[in-house]
Write a protein that binds this ligand. Structure first.
Ligand SMILES: Nc1ncnc2c1ncn2[C@@H]1O[C@H](COP(=O)(O)OP(=O)(O)OP(=O)(O)O)[C@@H](O)[C@H]1O
Length: 375
């Protein structure tokens, strides 16, 4: 099973430029989380901080009881082995064929024999649908195949956490749909913790268990997918609907009067439902579409059961609309338990967004204040 990544009070600046402050969230073990945010809000910086490539000046990132912000280089090296990373362009070596690219981490970091390397590489290539492409050079294959090869390479060391930096970038919508299915299928097979940075709203709406949004140097929200998808937070609505009206400007923030005037004009035109379907999978309306499930024949996602229990514990902390959406994903027995008050309450502490079973009641809270987007 994947491991939890617990981020608390994380702050990162470059010189006098603050990127984000006081970011607190937990990636629950084995679950899929998506991080959204306008360009330049520091999503890549966040991913790099998680693998220890960048050092935040404040806060902690705890993985397996180690705070990687403060740990030794040696410990960091060990923790990094838990990660697989899919970079935007696959980050393949142009002069090596796919087999050698995918074998690279095994040859660098393990003492496995060539026959073991071969069997692992072929197994991972099979998992991502690249059978028979071992001899191809990265320049000879499509962008979608390069992403798959990058993913196979991210898998060879059996990671417990996989970070995806804009896996959909440069792909057509059909290839994005195939890649999203592959991500869900992989999660079912390996039960690792996934974090995906994307601008594709269709992906955000259908793939993850949890969704977060970075804006104005803050994590506006992070929680179960239903929370963000039903949110009335202006910045969340604007982002999910891919529209110009709202707090997010062309290159920077807008002033309050301008946002108010835009929103009044939008309402007069019929609100988001008037917008129709926007770019990158954005669409009007508040619907929480069904989450993608693994392809038939694959095991169920183990994370799904764990998540159901986790969100049932937090259910009563959400507003009505979010609760109604979450209820649809819960089995009757858990709903009955939640409604009977059989779970310890999870309200009460410190901006965390996760209710770990053992500590529920003492440390977890489900939601950020609703006014976060305007802060
Ligand atoms: N090593 C660095 N040194 C100085 N500034 C940096 C460094 N890395 C990133 N930045 C700055 O941090 C900010 C956030 O960059 P980042 O690439 O994380 O944004 P992003 O949210 O991933 O954007 P996009 O959606 O466009 O990929 C940018 O202003 C960028 O210039």
């Amino acid at each position: 099973m994947g491991v939890a990544v617990e981020v608390e009070g994380l702050t990162k600046s470059f010189g006098s430029q603050n990127i984000w402050s006081d970011v607190t969230l937990t990636l629950p073990p084995g679950e899929i989380s998506v991080l959204l945010g306008p360009s330049g809000t520091g999503k890549s910086v966040f991913l790099k901080s998680l693998v220890g490539l960048l050092k935040p000046e404040k806060g902690s990132i705890v993985i397996k009881d180690t705070d990687i912000v403060r740990t030794s280089e040696h410990q960091l090296y060990e923790i990094r082995k838990l990660f697989g990373v899919l970079f935007q362009d696959g980050a393949l070596f142009g002069s090596m064929n796919l087999f050698d690219n995918i074998a690279f981490p095994l040859r660098e970091h393990t003492k496995k024999s060539e026959s073991e390397v071969k069997s692992i590489v072929l197994e991972k290539m099979d998992m991502v649908g690249l059978q028979g492409a071992e001899g191809k050079l990265p320049g000879e294959i499509s962008g979608g195949m390069r992403k798959r090869a990058g993913l196979a390479r991210a898998l060879v060391l059996d990671p417990e956490i996989i970070l995806f930096d804009e896996p959909d970038s440069g792909l057509d919508p059909v290839r994005v749909a195939y890649l999203n299915q592959l991500i869900v299928d992989l999660n079912a097979q390996i039960d690792a913790t996934f974090l995906i940075v994307t601008h594709d709203i269709g992906t955000a709406r259908t793939v993850p268990d949890n969704l977060g949004l970075l804006f104005r140097r803050n994590l506006v929200m992070f929680g179960p997918r239903e929370q963000l998808l039903t949110s009335q937070e202006p910045v969340v609505r604007q982002f999910l609907n891919g529209r110009r009206e709202g707090p997010i400007g062309m290159s920077e923030e807008k002033d309050v009067a301008q946002v108010e005037a835009e929103m009044a004009a939008l309402e007069a035109r019929g609100g988001d439902s008037h917008n129709g379907v926007g770019p990158k999978g954005a669409s009007g309306g508040d619907a929480v579409p069904p989450q993608l499930t693994p392809t038939e024949g694959l095991p169920e996602r183990k994370a799904e059961k764990r998540r159901q229990e986790r969100v049932a514990r937090m259910l009563h902390e959400f507003d009505e609309e979010t609760q109604a959406a979450i209820r649809k994903s819960l089995p009757d027995d858990l709903l009955a338990k939640a409604d009977a008050g059989a779970f310890e309450p999870t309200t009460g502490a410190g901006g965390r967004h996760w209710a770990p079973e053992a500590q529920a009641g003492s440390t977890a809270t489900a939601v950020l204040p609703r006014q976060g987007g305007e802060a």
